[in-house]
Design a protein around this ligand. Sequence first.
Ligand SMILES: [Zn+2]
Length: 231
Amino acid sequence: MTHELEVLLELNRHDATIRDQALKIEGLRRRRASLVEAIAREHAEFSTKKREFEELQRHSREKSREVDDLDAQIRADQEKLRTGLLSYKEMDALRVRVEHSRARMDQLEDEAIALINKVEEQAPLIRKVEEDFLKWKAKIDQEIAQIDQEIAAHTREVEQLQQERAQRAAAVDPKLLRHYEELRGRYEDPIAFVRHGVCSGCNLRVSEITVERVRQEIVTCENCSRLLYVK
Ligand SMILES: [Zn+2]
């Protein structure tokens, strides 16, 4: 193998390391995105439950206020009946109203109590849901922070490797480097070896002449243009 090709093979190994690092970063970013998505999903679910519960609380308070208002009205009517200077006709009408109000009161009170019971029943469940969500989220946030640290470390590593790459690339013959860079755009493995007359990149047979020449100089595969060497 020529010295030039040896230098290029080293660059190729270096590029493979950079690619591995880049793939790791990519994988970490995907994992991070899925975690962020999961938090948003769980948060939306929890918020819906909480909103429903708050709606129930509001409904319960309104119902209790209705009970209080009606109670106040009944008392006022009774007071009027007791002390008011009213005509018989007015007294009768007021008595009828109090009767109606009492009947309505029985129903309202039942509804108000049912709602209060429901709120009391659901309150601990909602607290539990919130507690669980926050506990889970804290864990996921921690995992995301860990991933961010890993991404930062790999990014620093890639930056370092890229600086080193510039030096390695400068040591390669420019024409050969151009060819290599061109191949790198097409193949993950721009350099292939020949074994039993077959190119390891495209798995096709190369000519006898190529097999002969590959020992002394830099040649390319007739089929895939990869740079060739013999082990
Ligand atoms: Zn080939």
